[in-house]
Design a protein around this ligand. Structure first.
Ligand code: MN3
Length: 199
């Protein structure tokens, strides 16, 4: 199916008081995400992937040996990643639903320990990529990091929370301070109700 750029689930300036400016979202959603959509559509046109769902394209084109060369995978996965990313943030500071909080406490010891692991994964991703809270096939929660557009679908995991650590996601608001961006993301931007709905 042709890729389509979804509207942001909030206004471009809705997160400005939460550490993500309208300018960042104008560049990140309107230009960067749109480029993945446009390039992906050009690449799948006339191929076996044209009629497939986005998830099937990602799973079907992921090859750990050739991610760098695989344009269809890269654009499809980045399209999917950004759809999730916009939904995982929001302007209303929601508390953490009890079911999710219990699972995080059981898996990481405490909310603070989870946040530390998530931030360390994001800060430690060398170059472009993402850090994630995932539910593994056995039901356990884990923190992971992935390079470029690689995402939890590639490993049969459910993405509960993901943070984009490509420079385009933070350079306007945080310059080179990726750890400060990650800390702000966890404290001020995450829509925990959306995260819990993915369980
Ligand atoms: Mn991005």
């Amino acid at each position: 199916m042709a890729f389509e750029l979804p509207n942001l689930p909030y206004a471009h300036d809705a997160l400005a008081n939460h550490g993500m400016s309208a300018e960042t979202l104008e560049y990140h959603h309107d230009l960067h995400h749109k480029a993945y959509v446009d390039n992906g559509n050009k690449l799948i046109a006339g191929t076996e992937w044209e009629a497939e769902t986005l998830e099937n394209i990602i799973k079907g084109t992921y090859d750990a040996q050739s991610v760098a060369q695989n344009g269809i995978f890269n654009n499809a996965s980045q399209h999917w990643n950004h759809i999730q990313f916009w939904e995982m943030m929001g302007p209303s500071k929601s508390g953490i639903p009890p079911e999710l909080e219990t699972l995080i406490n059981e898996s990481f010891g405490s909310m603070d320990a989870f946040k530390e692991a998530f931030s360390a994964a994001g800060a430690g991703q060398f170059g472009s990529g993402w850090c994630w809270l995932v539910k593994d096939a056995d039901g356990s929660l884990k923190v992971t990091k992935t390079e470029n557009g690689v995402n939890p679908l590639c490993f049969g995991q459910t993405a509960l929370l993901g943070c984009d650590v490509w420079e385009h996601s933070y350079y306007i608001d945080f310059r080179n301070k990726r750890p400060a961006y990650l800390s702000n993301f966890l404290e001020n931007l995450v829509n925990w109700e959306n995260v819990a709905s993915r369980l």
